[in-house]
Design a protein around this ligand. Structure first.
Ligand code: NAD
Length: 421
């Protein structure tokens, strides 16, 4: 089992990325200072009734990094390692991401420090409802709209929507996205992030003349992002040769049966059955260094560092996760000619269809799956091309190019609004 590498602070990584990208933007130092700061940070300590009758106090966060281009948008994470700096970094990446795909949202993020795997459904519901109450002053369809992230899902979004609606006295569908369809969720939202990762990886492969048919794909993380991305690659005729979760990985050089792996994950909460049918056991560290065409890190931050970047044997990395690669690793990968589709581009399909969900909620519209898929594909392909063009124009890696585009748009909006008063 791979432990989350806690030594590298995600906010340091996010700040270093800003420093690198702003060198190309010719911005006023005061403006750079503004966008380096988060706008609002709320820390809450709140009690939750547990199943054994005891009361446990949890710590949660909601951070809005920047709301210049629109309301805050960003997921809520349930994980033991959640802390203020992680949420700050994730909120900042949301700001750049929404700007890269040019949708009118700012960046926000939230989380509760907890171990959801050791909690019952009732305890998770109690915790979610009380956390929603605690952060209700900051969220709302015009203010800040949460969505699922690591270890949260449509059911958690339904509890948030219900609690917020109880506080208001009427149903407020637009307060969260990633809801169940029955509560105003959008067709295509559940698949959106994984699908966006697939679309942008496919564009990268096209750019490098690598056929997707038969391409060897490795996926770290088997959740909403990794599991769905693996399915899209599989359906397109690629060969998914390895998949992992937090415990284990499974590897078969001839290609895994992706449906079997996902069924196994659903049934046994692991990607490899005790009889190891379909593939061999592999660790998360080994998986990242496999010889492949496309690597899709879709778990947590700081998985690709200066320690393993020089050993990686992939041609393309498409970041399903937020912040899986450190700036030192970025440089090594670029020098080695490994093509990066950075998180703020690759996984922007989620926020894009969240935007579609929010628009449908506000206007009481229902779009078809085809409409959503067509709009998502168009935005992802357009954004990929825009980032690639900047990367070629400025002779920079794709992450720097995406940051130039995202930060540049936020800076422009800030200049137009001016500083109040
Ligand atoms: P999830 O909870 O659905 O799945 C997370 C997966 O990661 C699980 O399979 C889990 O077993 C695995 N995992 C956890 N710790 C791990 C570790 N240390 N090593 C290897 N695997 C580990 O979460 P998700 O929604 O798929 O999110 C995954 C990543 O994608 C996160 O970085 C998240 O911020 C990012 N992301 C998610 C969305 C979204 O719409 N859900 C959108 C954009 C980005």
């Amino acid at each position: 089992m791979i432990e989350k590498k806690t030594k590298i602070n995600p906010i340091d990584v996010a700040m270093r990325q800003v420093d690198i990208a702003t060198k190309y933007l010719n911005l006023d130092p005061g403006l750079i200072e503004k966008i380096r700061h988060t706008k609002r940070e709320l820390i809450v300590h709140f009690p939750v009734k547990m199943d054994d009758g005891s009361v446990k106090v949890f710590t949660g966060y909601r951070v809005q990094h920047n709301v210049t281009r629109g309301p805050g948008k960003g997921g809520i994470r349930y994980h033991p390692d959640v802390d203020l700096d992680e949420v700050r970094a994730l909120a900042m990446w949301m700001t750049w991401k929404a700007a890269v795909v040019n949708i009118p949202f700012g960046g926000a993020k939230g989380g509760v420090q907890c171990n959801p795997k050791s909690m019952s459904l009732q305890e998770l519901e109690n915790m979610t409802r009380r956390f929603t109450w605690e952060i209700a002053m900051m969220i709302g369809p015009d203010q800040d709209i949460p969505a699922p992230d690591v270890y949260t899902n449509p059911q958690v979004m339904a509890w948030i929507m219900d609690t917020y609606s109880m506080l208001k006295g009427y149903s407020v569908h637009g307060v969260v996205t990633g809801k169940p369809l029955e509560l105003g969720g959008s067709l295509g939202r559940f698949e959106a992030t994984g699908k966006g990762v697939f679309i942008t990886a496919q564009e990268a492969a096209r750019h490098l003349n690598i056929p997707i048919q038969g391409a060897r794909v490795v996926v770290q993380g088997c959740g909403n992002v990794g599991g769905i991305a693996a399915q899209y690659f599989d359906r397109a005729g690629a060969k998914v040769i390895a998949i992992s979760d937090s415990k284990d990985g499974v590897y078969n050089k001839n290609g895994l049966n992706v449906s079997d792996v996902l069924d196994c994950k659903k049934k046994y909460s692991c990607v490899i059955t005790p009889d190891a049918k379909g593939g061999d056991n592999i660790t998360n560290e080994e998986l990242l260094e496999l010889d492949c065409d496309i690597l899709v890190p879709s778990a947590l931050e700081n998985q690709i560092t200066h320690k393993n970047a020089s050993k990686m044997k992939t041609k393309i990395i498409a970041e399903g996760a937020n912040g899986p690669t450190t700036p030192e690793a970025d440089k090594i990968l670029y020098d080695r000619g490994i093509f990066m589709v950075p998180d703020i581009l690759a996984n922007a399909g989620g926020v894009t269809v969240s935007y579609f969900e929010w628009v449908q909620n506000l206007q009481e519209l229902l779009w078809s799956e085809e409409e959503i898929s067509e709009r998502l594909t168009r935005i992802m392909k357009r954004s990929f091309t825009e980032v690639l063009n900047i990367s070629q124009r400025d002779k920079v890696d794709m992450r720097t190019a995406a940051l130039i585009l995202g930060i540049g748009r936020v800076a422009e909006a800030t200049k137009l609004r001016g500083i109040y008063p």
